[in-house]
Write a protein that binds this ligand. Structure first.
Ligand SMILES: [Zn+2]
Length: 227
């Protein structure tokens, strides 16, 4: 009752196109739902996301749910999720993508869902990690454990400028480390992020997780920037 009154004065709008949502629509309108560009990576093991990690770091599986285009619906969704507090977008994308990922044989051995950690400074500004609702929703639908304390960011200070020239050249401001114990040995980790561009951050995260004995890595993202 209260909800419908609030809705009368502050009608809900679609996070993709800003048009008014019908009462049976949630977060993303039906038109946007049909227009969002799907990659269908889950149908092809050797997809473009997977190929990004060739010769860089071993991954069991890599895929992104959507194509990210400048000024497209997906850019709008990610922007609303990252900067306007619409965390429900991650939740809905996670539940949609989980339905596809359930069909992927190699993902059936995944144990833990691990989000790419946010920089401390950014976490303070934003108050949330933009991939957490996506990860939690995937974990819930796929019956996995969501774990956001295993992988950590270790910042470089500017005085350490000599350190890790490669990381700096790829625009990475920080390195990653893991705080693991025996319970993390021999696990298959599903590393998640919002948009894959160069894959450099995900590569660094994978390397950190691979320090854990017997670790296997898969990668799933909300979107991939079309090159
Ligand atoms: Zn829409």
């Amino acid at each position: 009752m209260l909800k419908s009154i609030i809705n009368l004065f502050f009608p809900k709008t679609c996070c993709g196109c800003n048009s008014l949502l019908l009462t049976n629509e949630k977060v993303i309108c039906t038109e946007c739902r049909h227009k969002i560009p799907l990659t269908n990576h889950h149908l092809n093991i050797e997809n473009e996301a997977f190929k990004k990690f060739y010769g860089r770091t071993p991954v069991v599986h890599a895929s992104a749910f959507l194509y990210f285009h400048k000024k497209g619906i997906v850019q709008e969704l990610i922007h609303n999720l990252k900067y306007r507090g619409h965390q429900e977008i991650g939740e809905i994308l996670g539940s949609w993508y989980a339905a596809d990922l359930k069909e992927v044989e190699v993902l059936k051995t995944v144990d833990w869902v691990i989000p790419v950690p946010l920089h401390k400074r950014k976490y303070k500004e934003r108050g949330y990690n933009q991939v957490s609702t996506f990860g939690k929703s995937l974990a819930q639908e796929l019956n996995l454990i969501y774990e956001d304390t295993l992988l950590l960011r270790t910042s470089y200070s500017t005085t350490q400028s000599k350190k890790n020239r490669v990381a700096r050249s790829e625009g990475i401001e920080s390195a990653f480390d893991t705080d693991y114990s025996e319970q993390h040995h021999n696990k298959h980790f599903l590393l998640i992020d919002d948009v894959i561009t160069t894959g450099a951050t995900l590569e660094s995260c994978s390397r950190a997780l691979l320090k854990i004995p017997g670790a296997k890595i898969s990668i799933v993202c909300m979107a991939i920037a079309e090159s």
